[in-house]
Design a protein around this ligand. Structure first.
Ligand code: ADP
Length: 400
């Protein structure tokens, strides 16, 4: 194993998250976030391992400026963690959409950048921001090798019957309209980790991963390969999420356009930003901590919201059990999956038919790897905290 520091970059349209990870110890050496890039009030939060977190409010007119500040912080004589940029051996970029062009991670080259650009249509908000992050790093660290790790890549093993929509086939041929899936790095990391925790061979298992965060998706991983996942052409499909609707009857869009006098674009904005648990709770909250408190206080909007959310997850678990003709292990991960015993128990209440009984004591734990089903359960239920940054760092090192 190479001993090097890998800078993991996750670039959004106005934000940049970063972690510097050592490949041997797999420890985070420093991490942080630049927010409001290109907008008034931009600021950077930076935390060196074992040191104090500090915030710097300073204008960042673009992502290059943000990367420059990150590199300055990492090499700063007071808060820095490396002496010079030569101690950063590689950069791993989290990339959202690789379309059908990428079934795995890749080293960044001019051809790769062009192939990512070809997928811009499929992720018009995310891919251009990811590319800006790559270019900014190339400008400031021209000799450092870089890798791209795609959210979609892990799902490229889905069979045709799972990725095709019931649309005229020409739309797939002409425009590549199909299901791609997202959160692939997390689904891959968590499913592999589940096999290790159980001491079983990854290639022999049927695993369902429920990645329940602000964005949420479920995947079915059979014999080490993803065979289905709930997100589609875009991350709007599937589960009910923080503010995204998940699956709906597509005819609702025209219906609402007519009733509300809005354009398709405006209604899609509602589906992405004002729906999900936020919309169902009448704008009360998209955060499950708030919803849970209100549920316990007997507030009807939060009760119906959490029930609807949990029911949808349980339905996908049923569908993926059918897709794999069984399931050996169900994993919960991401913000809600790792931290909400309440939601996990609510979802598990639908799973008695799989021979699952939840160990209530174990299920009280938050944010740690733990088996929450009783030993007699036919199907195991695990909580596996995800670590997308570590997975990206590992992929990056493996490519070098
Ligand atoms: P994303 O990466 O998609 O933004 P995360 O995976 O960080 O989302 O998940 C964030 C969500 O996790 C929060 O919106 C909140 O609903 C949920 N969450 C975090 N901590 C808890 C907790 N202790 N109990 C319940 N839900 C929690």
């Amino acid at each position: 194993m190479k001993d090097m520091n890998v800078l993991v970059i996750n670039c959004g349209s106005s934000s940049l998250k970063f972690q510097l990870i050592n490949s041997l110890s797999e420890k985070v050496i420093a991490k942080g976030l630049c927010e409001r890039i290109g907008i008034e009030g931009s600021q950077m939060t930076y935390t060196p391992a074992g040191g104090e977190k500090y915030e710097k409010v300073t204008p960042m007119k673009d992502h290059t400026e943000a990367v420059r500040l990150v590199l300055e912080a990492l090499t700063d004589k007071d808060h820095g963690v490396v002496k010079s940029l030569s101690e950063i051996g590689a950069v791993g970029h989290r990339l959202v959409h690789g379309g059908e062009n990428f079934a795995g991670s890749t080293l960044i080259s001019d051809e790769v950048i062009q192939a990512i650009e070809e997928c811009n249509d499929l992720a018009p908000l995310h891919n251009p921001a990811n590319l800006i992050g790559i270019r900014a790093c190339q400008e400031l660290m021209p000799d450092t090798p870089m890798a791209g790790v795609f959210d979609t890549a892990f799902h490229q093993t889905m069979p045709e019957e799972a990725y095709l929509y019931g649309l005229p086939y020409r739309y797939y041929e002409k425009y590549k309209v199909r299901r791609y899936g997202f959160h692939g790095t997390s689904h891959s990391y968590v499913s592999k980790r589940a096999a290790q925790i159980l001491g079983k061979d990854y290639a022999d298992l049927k695993i369902i991963v429920c990645h329940l965060g602000n964005g949420a998706s479920v995947s079915a991983v059979k014999n080490g390969k993803c065979v289905d996942t709930s997100m589609g052409l875009t991350p709007l499909e599937g589960l009910i999420m923080g503010t995204r609707s998940g699956d709906i009857d597509p005819a609702i869009i025209e219906f609402l356009c007519n009733k509300e006098g809005k354009s398709v674009h405006e209604i899609l904005n509602v589906l992405n930003k004002e729906s999900g648990v936020f919309g169902l709770s009448e704008g009360f909250s998209s955060d499950f901590r708030d919803l849970e408190k209100a549920y316990r206080a007997g507030e009807a909007p939060s009760i119906r919201t959490m029930k609807t959310f949990a029911y949808r997850v349980a339905k996908y678990i049923g569908a993926y059990t059918a897709a794999m003709n069984g399931v050996d292990v169900i994993c919960f991960t991401a913000g809600i999956g790792e931290n909400s015993p309440f939601i996990r128990a609510m979802i598990a209440s639908y799973l008695g038919y799989l021979g699952i009984t939840i160990d209530e004591k174990a299920n009280e734990k938050r944010g740690e790897e733990i088996c929450i089903s009783v030993p007699e359960s036919n199907t195991k239920v695990l909580v596996v905290p995800t670590n997308e940054e570590l997975a990206i760092a590992r992929e990056t090192v493996a490519l070098l």
